[in-house]
Design a protein around this ligand. Structure first.
Ligand SMILES: Cc1cc2nc3c(=O)[nH]c(=O)nc-3n(C[C@H](O)[C@H](O)[C@H](O)COP(=O)(O)O)c2cc1C
Length: 197
C-alpha cells in the first residue's frame, strides 16, 4: 500500500476481531506517532498504552459513550500532551502536535491491516478531567485523544449504526515550556506508559 492509497482508504473502524495485536505492530504504531512533525521539534506528547480489557474499559468510560468501540478493541492508546515540553511562546501547539501523532498512528495501523477509530477527548473538559483522574495524571499532562485499535470485524462494521455525533464543550488551553535537542522523529521508549502513568 503506498502512502496515498493508505490515506485515501483509511476509514474509522469500530468493531474488532478478538485477535491480539503483536508487540512489533504496537511498536511500529508508536514509532509512527513519534515520527511526525512537532512545533520546534518539541515532541510534547506521551502515550498511555494498554491491551488490558479492564483498563481499556476505564479509558472508554472516562471518554463517555462515544468511546464504546474501545471496549471491543485489542489496544487503546491515550495520547497525552506534555506541557513541560511545549513551545513556551505558544504552548497551544501541543494540541496540533498531539493530533499529528494520533493521525500518524492511525495511518500506520491501517498500513498494517489494523483498524482504528479516533475518540475525541480534548477539548471536552469533562472527558479530559475524567481521564486525568482515571490515570492520576500530573497537572502538566493533558489527555488529548484516545485511539482504539484492532483487526477489523468487517461483518459487524457493515451492520453498525452511524457514529455518534460529538457533544461539544469549549476548552481551556495550557501554558508552558522548553524545546529540546531531540533527534527529529526519534523513537523514545520513555514516552510510552504501559497501563498507567
Ligand atoms: C477529533 C475527533 C474526534 C472523534 N471522536 C469520535 C468518537 O468519540 N467516537 C467515534 O465513534 N468516532 C469519533 N471520531 C471519528 C469520526 O466520527 C470519523 O472520523 C468521521 O465520521 C469520518 O469517518 P472516517 O474516519 O471513517 O473517514 C472522531 C474523529 C475525530 C477526528
Amino acid at each position: 500500500m503506498d502512502a496515498l492509497e493508505n490515506i485515501m482508504t483509511r476509514r474509522s473502524v469500530r468493531h474488532f476481531l478478538d485477535k491480539p495485536i503483536p508487540d512489533e505492530a504496537v511498536e511500529t504504531i508508536l514509532r509512527a506517532g513519534m515520527a511526525g512533525p512537532s512545533c520546534v521539534n518539541a515532541r510534547d506528547w506521551s502515550f498511555l498504552v494498554t491491551r488490558d480489557p479492564v483498563i481499556m474499559n476505564q479509558m472508554a468510560d472516562a471518554n463517555g459513550r462515544p468511546a464504546d468501540p474501545l471496549k471491543r478493541a485489542a489496544l487503546g492508546i491515550l495520547v497525552l500532551g506534555d506541557l513541560e515540553r511545549a513551545f513556551k511562546p505558544a504552548p497551544d501547539y501541543w494540541v496540533i502536535d498531539g493530533a499529528i501523532a494520533a493521525q500518524n498512528m492511525i495511518l500506520a495501523a491501517h498500513a498494517l491491516g489494523i483498524g482504528s477509530v479516533w475518540l475525541g477527548t480534548w477539548p471536552q473538559m469533562d472527558r479530559v478531567n475524567r481521564q486525568r483522574e482515571a490515570f492520576c495524571l500530573p497537572d502538566t499532562v493533558i489527555p488529548h485523544s484516545v485511539i482504539a485499535f484492532g483487526y477489523p470485524d468487517t461483518g459487524a462494521e457493515k451492520n453498525s449504526p452511524a457514529p455518534p455525533k460529538p457533544d461539544d464543550i469549549p476548552a481551556a488551553p495550557p501554558k508552558d515550556t522548553p524545546p529540546q535537542n531531540m533527534e527529529k522523529g526519534a523513537f523514545e521508549p520513555g514516552r510510552i506508559h504501559v497501563d498507567r502513568w
